[in-house]
Design a protein around this ligand. Structure first.
Ligand code: ARG
Length: 275
């Protein structure tokens, strides 16, 4: 069952006030007025594509709450029941975001699943990317999520997890270097993975589209999102990349997320897909 709703969080309190990844720089703060405009544009893109956009109210003191890919892992279980696994955020500044998501999901009738104590960090769809067609999860580990978390995720969801180690400190979440477009196509930044894991990826996808490392660093284009197997929403300006995707038959929707890139996130991080 493919999700048909998009969860976003308004950027009312968005800013960069600590340095939690290689992109966050206190000397390069986002322009908040511009960020709000960019966020509204992204929301409009999803609405125009026919998705219902649901909002979680932003909470003061949580500048990263706008990145709704990270706090929760919602899914539909074998019996058609809505369930959600709550994240354990690695950085202390983000840990308490999760409780707002717990409340949100409770109100929507999801059953809440907590990770056991021995799992210290797991950042949901930043690292655990659903392949809705294959009914599998691709799970990045080594930076914001622990490999051990995926045994639990497999147990809770009943789905197989294909684990991928993230070896490049810049590409700290799987969604900074891996985006599934459809059954056949995935885009990756090769510098994130070991050669064994690259082979693993190739064994699942007929066409592995490789983005130039510099282009990904400049544009965060691997953080693109294809919500329907046709349209790819991507940070504007990654011309070689978008050209490759067009050749494969995808429709490109460029949008500017430059203010959020200053915090280490772009399109894929700014939403969660829901039922
Ligand atoms: N500043 C946020 C952090 O470091 C950005 C999160 C971006 N999300 C993502 N899925 N890559 O946690």
């Amino acid at each position: 069952m493919r999700p048909d709703k998009i969860l976003m969080c308004p950027p009312d309190y968005f800013t960069v006030e600590y340095e939690g990844n290689m992109f966050m720089d206190l000397k390069n703060p986002p322009d908040i007025r511009k960020a709000k405009e960019q966020w509204n544009n992204l929301k409009l893109i999803y609405t125009k594509l026919g998705f219902e956009v649901i909002l979680i109210p932003p909470a003061k003191g949580f500048p990263d709450m706008v990145f709704t890919a990270n706090q929760s892992f919602p899914f539909v279980n074998e019996n058609g029941k809505l369930q959600v696994i709550l994240s354990k955020m690695k950085n202390s500044q983000r840990k308490d975001e999760v409780k707002y998501f717990k409340d949100f999901y409770e109100q929507r009738g999801y059953e809440i699943l907590n990770l056991p104590e021995e799992i210290e960090f797991f950042e949901s769809m930043g690292d655990a990317i659903m392949d809705y067609k294959r009914n599998k999860i691709f799970g990045g580990y080594g930076q914001r999520s622990q490999r051990e978390a995926y045994r639990i995720i497999e147990n809770y969801t009943g789905l197989e997890v294909v684990t991928l180690e993230l070896i490049n400190p810049y590409l700290y979440h799987l969604d900074t270097c891996f985006s599934i477009l459809d059954n056949n196509n995935v885009v990756i930044d090769e510098t994130a993975f070991s050669s064994d894991d690259l082979k693993k990826i190739q064994s699942y996808f007929k066409n592995v589209i490789v983005i130039d490392r510099k282009e990904n660093m400049n544009s965060f284009a691997c953080n693109c999102h294809c919500p329907d197997g046709k349209n790819v929403i991507v940070q504007s300006g990654a011309d070689n990349f978008t050209h490759k995707l067009q050749t494969e038959g995808f429709n490109i929707i460029e949008t500017d997320t430059s203010e959020f890139i200053k915090s280490g996130g772009s399109v894929f991080c700014m939403k969660m897909m829901l039922w």
